[in-house]
Design a protein around this ligand. Structure first.
Ligand code: IDP
Ligand code: MG
Length: 157
């Protein structure tokens, strides 16, 4: 296995589902060359939101953020790939949609600092914790993709 192979957690937030952008957003990750290793739809509980956004619980906007995250089910996606964590954060773009570059998901489809369509893990440490938070081991899949060598050229090894 390539030592730079990583797993990362994506959450399609309620606005992505409610605005029918799920397919469009997923396609961007697929086209980049990332591998879908887990997918499920769920409504996130109070406890898991407080855990997932523990760095924000003291903020004045936390309750509004919690209501937003529970406005509909979300879709949880685990992605795998070489340098998957940083590559995925670049595709997603910075937090505030109105500041995100055109070409990124948030830059192309969002305006808000809250309703920004998608969550992506920000470090190797957090990616591991977040995937464990939302997926059982049996819900993650390892399988061959015939395009792997085309996407990950020799310079990756
Ligand atoms: P990130 O999603 O870009 O990693 P974080 O700072 O980890 O950004 O914040 C998590 C989520 O909390 C954001 O994606 C956004 O939905 C929400 N959020 C962050 N800052 C604000 C704010 O100032 N007002 C409202 N919501 C915010
Ligand atoms: Mg974050």
């Amino acid at each position: 296995m390539n030592p730079k192979e990583e797993k990362t957690l994506i959450i399609m937030k309620p606005d992505a589902i409610q605005r029918s952008l799920f397919g469009e957003i997923l396609q961007r990750f697929e086209r980049k060359g990332l591998k879908i290793i887990g997918v499920k739809m769920t409504k996130i509980s109070d406890v898991l939101i407080e855990e997932h956004y523990s760095h924000l619980v003291e903020k004045p906007f936390f309750n509004t953020l919690k209501n937003y995250m529970q406005a509909s089910p979300v879709v949880l996606i685990a992605l795998g790939g070489v340098n998957a964590i940083s590559a995925t954060r670049l595709i997603v773009g910075p937090t505030k949609g109105h500041e995100a570059d055109a070409g990124s998901i948030r830059g192309d489809y969002s305006m808000s600092g809250q309703s920004n369509l998608v969550h992506a893990s920000d470090s190797a440490e957090n990616a591991e914790i977040e995937i464990k938070r939302f997926f059982e081991e049996s819900e993650l899949f390892d399988y061959e993709k015939p395009d792997y060598k085309l996407i990950n050229a020799e310079d990756h090894f």
